[in-house]
Design a protein around this ligand. Structure first.
Ligand code: ADP
Ligand code: ADP
Length: 224
């Protein structure tokens, strides 16, 4: 499983050129996209998650043409937003079951099994009955991971995930992410160097819509 991004460009109607001829080959594992605010990271993430169209370029995920076969990409995509929008009055268990149903896991027993496995994986099983409104930022992020993992995504997009977390929650969350990248592509977008250097096997640096460098994190950071 590899993600191929070739010649992707995007200019917004206001004239801002958010992506300029971006070409990247992203293997399975944890891959970091590092860049300052305004670099074009979110634009690329939105294009990869089929929410936005590029002006030019092509994207291939495994054998799928991601710009043409959008439904196929959506089935195999997990998206973890910056902050998981909360539904404060429902429990983690209830909401995850609901999302599992939306993902097409129709049979009740199967749904229960999937929900239990995921909540254990993200270490929220003990607090599954609590209302999400009472969760800390880190717990909400881990819940977001469980939602994103429904349906075993081949491509997991993680957008600025550690922004609101305190140090202890951050370490826990990063450890959880590092377990995910074995068979799938996990693309981590961040402006925090440590998120990438601690976790990712490869990385790219993006600034003003251009890829400046692609490397292993230690070499890239040393070269800065
Ligand atoms: P990042 O996620 O790295 O902060 P973005 O992709 O959000 O970068 O933004 C890249 C550039 O495109 C910035 O200059 C931003 O202001 C601009 N931009 C982002 N979204 C829009 C939009 N919907 N309309 C116009 N300009 C946008
Ligand atoms: P991020 O921090 O993830 O880049 P932003 O807070 O910059 O996100 O952007 C949030 C929303 O505002 C996005 O939908 C983006 O498309 C839009 N946006 C960002 N910059 C601009 C801009 N210069 N003009 C219009 N819309 C923008």
């Amino acid at each position: 499983m590899e993600l191929h991004i070739r010649g992707v460009s995007k200019t917004y109607p206001n004239g801002v050129q958010a992506l300029k001829d971006v070409t990247l080959t992203i293997p399975a594992g944890m891959y970091g996209l590092l860049g300052p605010n305004g670099a074009g990271k979110s634009t690329l993430m939105r294009i990869l998650s089929t929410l936005q169209e590029p002006d030019a370029g092509s994207i291939q995920l495994g054998g799928i043409d991601a710009l043409k076969q959008k439904d196929d990409v959506r089935k195999t995509l997990g998206y973890l937003p910056q902050e998981f929008g909360v539904y404060p009055k429902v429990s983690a268990e209830e909401l995850l079951e609901h999302f599992a149903l939306l993902k097409g896991i129709g049979e009740r027993r199967a749904r229960k099994n999937v929900v239990e496995a995921l909540l254990r994986q993200v270490n929220l099983w003990e607090v599954r009955k609590q209302k999400l409104g009472g969760y800390s930022g880190g717990m909400r992020q881990r819940f977001g991971v469980a939602v994103a993992l429904l349906g075993n995504p081949k491509l997991m997009i993680v957008d600025e995930p550690t922004a609101g977390l305190d140090p202890a929650e951050r370490v826990r969350f990063l450890n959880l992410l590092s377990e995910l990248g074995e068979n799938s592509v996990v693309l981590l977008s961040t402006h925090i160097v440590e998120d990438v250097s601690e976790l990712c096997t490869r990385m790219a640096i993006i600034d003003q819509g251009e890829i400046l460098l692609e490397a292993e994190p230690l070499r890239a950071v040393a070269g800065l």
